[in-house]
Write a protein that binds this ligand. Structure first.
Ligand code: C2O
Ligand code: CU
Length: 486
């Protein structure tokens, strides 16, 4: 059995604070009334660790919420009970290359893999999902769509000291869109005329599911809540807003809490991104309800035609109805200052810029610097040095937005050079704080500041529109040891 353990852990094998078993398997779950839906899902079992390590998200397919504390040492035995290869990627976590769930280390059907790593990341919401990619392309879109995805939350002392809403005043909301047949079975990309366009645009379903269920409702009291939201959709971008027009208060992003809250009329959330919202239902009366919605939007600047606004934009969708059922007073307001531990990017005028141009090849999908995924191949311009800080510039030369993800680290969005291509969705971007996925709009250049710390070896960067990554808009990069030797 391949045993990949965390380097530089400083601890003997065996001393694990949390020990889990995670199975990927087929199942049937109730989603609508009538026949149950066939899905693929993660099921976890706690061998050791605190009692609150695993929490079910409800009665459906999503994987359980895994709660970790910074500083814990985690071991997971992964079991593949699916009829095809899979991997488990810890999206957003700073972990060694061998435990990052990359396609180069697949788990065969019936096989197991043990992984271990130290929890080094800031308090925040991360997630886990499959990452298989074979010679004929990726299966991320298919496997995640079938149900394989779950949230992972890290907490630490700094976060706890803020006394943000917790327990019954905190909800984890996994947003996904799906399409179903009349007998409640999941429908993915079919064959035929439409499928080509769907692969180019990315799959979008016509039913909004929250934690794997339609028509989500939550009963709340007249007090503040914290909403931990993950866009686990294959390709859909959400324009998150409140139905009563109140502003959206954002306290955190992919990599944890912001230094201070930010308010927007709406928040733009691309696939794989997370947003941490604070909301006070204190002004409402029992009997009222407020809905979290995704507002309609147009995607202009797309060149019109088949790829134009109509196909890329979205209608208004209702996501969660919050029903105010009871009076409650919680005197805690929103703190003016949040994270004290948010590192500043160490950018200097001579920080090197590495440019990646996102392109399109007619009928062949999307490219990064003219290339597509090609095994573990790494080009000369895809090698970085341990300890270095760089600016990565993504230049979008296509007519579609691309949510670009870099494995193994959190970056700062340093600069967004819109070059006249500003869209309405720009008003909902939160570029402060730390991120692992950034939305790059058509015609735009986005500069990210990132540092390669602790781990050498292969990592990945790609578009997190799952149909795009599966079609090859994904590459490995390599972190080499420092050239300076004693
Ligand atoms: Cu969330 Cu490489 O992926
Ligand atoms: Cu893309």
């Amino acid at each position: 059995m391949p045993y990949a353990t965390a380097m530089a852990s400083g601890r003997e094998d065996g001393a694990f604070d949390v020990d889990l078993r995670l199975r990927a398997h087929a199942d049937e779950v109730p989603i609508f009334s009538g026949p149950a839906s066939e899905v693929w899902r993660y099921t976890a079992e706690r061998i050791a660790g605190p009692a609150d390590t695993l929490t079910a998200l409800g009665e459906s397919y999503p994987g359980p919420l895994i709660r970790l504390r910074r500083g814990q040492r985690l071991r997971v035995e992964l079991r593949n009970e699916l009829p095809e290869d899979t991997t488990v990627h810890w999206h957003g976590l700073h972990v060694p290359s061998e435990v990052d769930g990359q396609p180069r280390l697949p788990i065969a059907p019936g096989a197991r893999q043990e992984i271990a790593f130290d929890v080094r990341d800031r308090a925040g919401l991360y997630w886990y999902h499959p990452h298989p990619h074979g010679p004929r392309g990726g299966r991320v879109g298919f496997q995640a769509y079938a149900g394989l995805a779950g949230p992972l939350m890290i907490t630490d002392e700094q976060e706890q000291a803020l006394e943000l809403p917790a327990g019954e005043q905190e909800f984890v909301l996994l947003l996904q869109d799906r399409s179903f047949t009349r007998d409640n079975q999941l429908q993915y990309i079919g064959d035929g005329m439409g499928s080509m366009m769907t692969r180019m645009r990315g799959f979008r379903g016509n039913r909004m599911l929250v934690n794997g269920r339609p028509d989500a409702r939550r009963d709340v009291a007249t007090q503040p809540y914290r909403l931990r939201i993950l866009n686990g959709s294959n390709a859909r971008i959400y324009k998150l807003a409140w139905s009563d027009g109140r502003p959206v208060t954002v306290i955190g992003t992919d990599g944890g809490l912001l230094a201070a809250p930010e308010q927007r009329a709406f928040v733009t959330l691309a696939p794989a991104q997370r947003t941490d919202l604070w909301v006070d239902f204190g002004g409402a009366k029992p009997g009222d309800s407020v809905r979290l919605v995704s507002e309609a939007y147009e995607m202009s600047g797309m060149g019109g035609g088949m790829m134009g606004g109509g196909m890329m934009g979205s209608q208004r969708e209702s996501l969660v109805t919050f029903r105010i059922t009871s009076p409650e007073t919680d005197p805690r307001g929103l703190p003016e200052r949040l994270a004290e531990d948010l590192p500043a990017p160490s950018i200097r005028p001579d920080t090197p810029v590495r440019r990646f141009t996102l392109g399109m090849r007619m009928m062949r999908g999307f490219t990064i610097n003219g290339r597509q995924m090609n095994g573990t191949n790494v080009a000369d311009d895809e090698i970085v040095t341990l300890g270095d800080t760089e600016i990565w510039e993504f230049v979008n030369d296509t007519m579609m937005p691309h949510p670009m993800h870099v494995h193994g680290l959190q970056f700062h969005v340093h600069e967004r050079i819109a070059e006249g291509s500003r869209t309405e969705l720009h008003d909902g971007l939160i570029d402060a704080g730390l991120h692992d996925t950034v939305l790059v709009f058509p015609g735009e250049r986005v500069r990210l500041a990132m540092t390669f710390e602790h781990f050498t070896g292969l990592y990945m960067y790609h578009c997190h529109n799952m149909e795009h990554e599966d079609a090859g808009m994904m590459r490995y990069f390599r972190v080499d040891p420092s050239r300076i030797s004693a």
